[in-house]
Write a protein that binds this ligand. Structure first.
Ligand code: HEC
Length: 143
């Protein structure tokens, strides 16, 4: 009798443990959907795309790359969107100084274009303002 008890005791312990062991466990969370990769911020796009020419501080390079910092060119939003979509070459006057160079068209989505331009308008001592993806889309359609 004693031997039988010893033989089945581990089984009983196992059954007891498995039946109540989980009662206090925290409720399982439903599986979380994999987070979408965060959209690049305007700063990310600027640092990836514009910084080589217009520089981290937006000042550009004398006689070569015009400044975005306090650029009088920014007063015309439509012109600015078009500039970045299409690029330009030839003479351009920014803050009274003439530049004669080429900016290639920038291959960016409407969202990236909107966020990088909003970044430009909100930094470098500029006056603020927002460019929306819808504005970029409309400008792109009108090119
Ligand atoms: C390869 C160098 C280069 C890159 C990259 C570049 N630009 Fe330019 N950008 C220029 C040049 C050069 C001009 C003047 C072009 C001319 O003479 O017609 C210019 C002009 C401009 C102007 C109008 C003039 C001014 O200074 O306000 C804006 C606005 C501008 N760029 C914004 C951008 C933005 C935003 C990006 C990134 C998305 C960018 N550029 C990327 C070289 C560049």
């Amino acid at each position: 009798m004693k031997k039988t008890w010893l033989a089945i005791a581990p089984a009983i312990v196992a059954i007891i443990l498995s039946s109540c062991g989980n009662n206090n466990a925290p409720a399982e969370h439903p599986p979380v959907a994999a987070a979408k990769p965060a959209a690049p911020t305007g700063e990310d796009v600027y640092k990836r795309t514009c910084v080589a020419c217009h520089q981290a501080n937006g000042e550009g390079m004398p006689n070569t790359y015009p400044p975005l910092a306090k650029s009088d060119y920014l007063s015309d939003k439509a012109k600015v969107i078009k500039q970045v979509l299409k690029g330009s070459s030839g003479e351009i006057t920014v803050n009274g100084k003439t530049y004669n160079n080429t900016m290639p068209p920038q291959q960016l989505s409407d969202e990236e274009m909107a966020s990088v331009l909003t970044y430009v308008y909100s930094n470098f001592g500029n006056s603020g303002g927002t460019i929306t993806p819808e504005e970029v889309k409309a400008a792109r359609a009108a090119l």
